[in-house]
Design a protein around this ligand. Sequence first.
Ligand code: FES
Length: 173
Amino acid sequence: MEEQNAAEEQQIKEGIAEILTQCEQDRSQLIPILQRVQETFGYLPKSAISEIGSFLGMTDVQIYGVASFYNHFRYIPLGKHPVQMCMGTACHMVGGGLVLEALERALDVEVGGITIDKQFSLDRVACIGCCGLAPVMVIGEKIFPKMTSTKVDEVLVNLKMEEEEAAQEETDN
Ligand code: FES
C-alpha cells in the first residue's frame, strides 16, 4: 500500500511538473492551473497545492482560500465509479435533492466524499444539459435519466453485478 502511495505521489509530482512547465509564472494563472490539475487528476492533490504554491510564490492557505470560492474543485480523489447528481434548477425542481440524499444513504458517503473501498465518489453538479431527462444522475460516462430515490439501490446493485460478471468473464478467458 505504501509502495502504491509512493508511486501515486511520484506520478502526481511528474504530472504537476509537466503542467507547470506549460504555464506562466503569474498569480493570475492560479485558477487555470488548478483547473488543469483537476482535469488531469480528477481532484486537487495536496502535494499539487504545495508545488503550485512554490511556482507562484503563494502559500497553501492562500491557494485553498481562492479555490474555496469555486464549488467544482474537489480535494479528494474520484472513486472508480464517479457518481454525479445534477442539481441544476430543472433537476432540483423534480426531486434531484431526494435522489442525492438516497445516494448518500446507499453509498454511506457525503457529497464530495469517496467510499472507503474507493469504488464510488459522490458529487453534485450544475446543469449537464439534458434537462428534459430530469432528474439526471451520471455514473462515469453513463447517464441515468428520470432518477428517483427508489431507483438508486437498483442502479447500484446492477452496476456491481455487471462488474462482477465482467471480472468473471476475464478470469474465464
Ligand atoms: S438541470 Fe439537470 S440536466 Fe439541466
